[in-house]
Write a protein of this length. Structure first.
Length: 323
């Protein structure tokens, strides 16, 4: 009976993942074709108007644009299943190699951003919930509101401008340094964009932490611990925060998944060659294979993050393991 239930759950989860990824593939394929222009006009610009019909037909055949849309879609999808994500004529390399280079950079940026977001959001949320409607609670709410209100591009531009003009500090202007080549310079180049993204992430994490702590501090076991004389710091860290981890982990997983594809503006401002910037350049050049395959990789990574988040539930919450 238990094996049948587990098999049913695995089958249902697998079908959900499959249809989600297939839906993403269809959506990005259709949206790209809805944008005016194609790879020929993007590459040649105004010179594309001077092409003869034979030249245009030859280029369309070269890029596969002469085939029906349904044939183009399933041809691309079939190549993806075999590990062929396509080729970028702009970068003169395969999309697989480009993604293998850019994805770890975005993951590093996402990890640093999440770490900073947790370091800011969780303590601030607990501080606000410790005394509701007080000055410290108002301070936390103001910081959270600022994190939600200030656009990432505005904060990034302001920080970069002030540091470059006032303190003459701009490590991102030296060309990107991979982590394995120059760890120190890489960390300097990553800290500013990580802070910009982490500040925005800290706001929902702070609000989630505050709400969860306010709910849990009214539970019977908290009153019992207080009656037994448990120190207030231990009470909040071990008892209250430990039981508030599930919503915090949920929010952290959602924000991490968002960063895998949503950091494109910050990556562009700080010249970080991440996977979001790869999608942006692919859209500008109308490189269908680059955009389609990269977005699909981002979707797969987002699904994996959700699976890891579900696994984390079982580690931190005994009730989930019991189910």
């Amino acid at each position: 009976m238990i094996q049948r239930i587990l098999h049913h759950r695995a089958l249902r989860r697998g079908s959900q993942i499959f249809f989600t990824l297939f839906g993403v593939a269809v959506f990005v394929f259709v949206m790209l074709r809805a944008i005016p222009g194609n790879q020929i006009t993007a590459g040649l610009g105004t010179e594309a108007a001077a092409l003869t019909p034979l030249q245009r037909a030859a280029l369309e055949r070269y890029y596969g644009l002469d085939q029906p849309l349904l044939t183009q879609f399933f041809s691309w999808l079939g190549n993806v299943f075999t590990g062929n994500l396509g080729f970028s004529s702009r970068a003169h390399q395969s999309v697989l190699d480009m993604t293998a280079h850019s994805l770890p950079i975005t993951i590093e940026l996402a990890v640093l951003s999440i770490a900073l977001g947790l370091l800011i959001g969780v303590p601030l949320g607990m501080l606000s919930a410790s005394r509701p409607e007080s000055a410290r609670d108002a301070l936390g709410q103001v910081v959270g509101l600022a994190g939600l209100s200030i656009p990432a591009f505005l904060l990034a531009t302001a920080l970069l401008s002030v540091l470059a003009q006032v303190w003459h500090y701009n490590p991102n202007g030296q060309g990107f340094a991979p982590l394995q080549q120059d760890p120190l310079l890489n960390l300097q180049q990553m800290m500013l964009p990580a802070f910009v993204l982490g500040f925005g992430i800290a706001a929902p994490i702070m609000r989630t932490t505050r709400t969860a702590v306010l709910d849990i501090r009214l539970q019977d076991f908290v009153r019992t611990a207080r009656a037994k004389g448990v120190p207030i710091r231990r009470l909040y860290v071990h008892h209250i925060l430990g039981n508030a981890l599930v919503p915090i982990v949920t929010m952290t997983g959602l924000q991490f998944g968002y960063l895998l594809g949503g950091a494109v503006v910050v990556e562009q401002i700080f010249s970080i060659p991440g996977i979001g910037r790869q999608v942006l350049l692919g859209i500008q050049q109308k490189e269908y294979a680059v955009v389609q395959s990269t977005v699909l990789v981002i979707a797969v990574a987002f699904v994996l993050v959700n699976l890891l988040t579900d696994a984390a539930y079982r580690l931190i919450d005994p009730r989930v393991r019991a189910e």
